[in-house]
Design a protein around this ligand. Structure first.
Ligand SMILES: [Zn+2]
Length: 99
């Protein structure tokens, strides 16, 4: 993905919900928080390249682009908020059911 694709993901509803969760539950601070608030407010066109990089590296990569710690599969968007608190396990591994 190019740098701005990460910012454009805000149009994706589960991703937006996830960003809101990060803000509401105070996972983010400093520049990462300010930039994420700008993106949620629809001001992403005002971001500099540097700010988009901060978003990619300190919000997207740090909180989302995670694979399940146990099975190494991608964690679904709708399991991401939960994964923040269970040590990055996917739903299957967390709840212990087989595929
Ligand atoms: Zn798993």
């Amino acid at each position: 993905m190019n740098l701005w694709d990460y910012v454009r993901l805000r149009h994706d509803r589960p991703f937006r919900e996830f960003l809101k969760h990060l803000v509401d539950y105070k996972h983010l601070k400093g520049a990462a928080l300010d930039i994420t608030k700008m993106i949620l407010a629809g001001d992403s066109h005002k971001l500099s390249i540097k700010q988009a990089q901060v978003f990619r590296d300190f919000v997207y990569y740090k909180y989302y682009n995670k694979r399940c710690r146990k099975c190494k599969k991608s964690i679904y968007w709708d399991e991401m908020s939960e994964a923040l608190y269970n040590g990055y396990l996917c739903g299957k591994c967390y709840w212990g059911y087989e595929e």
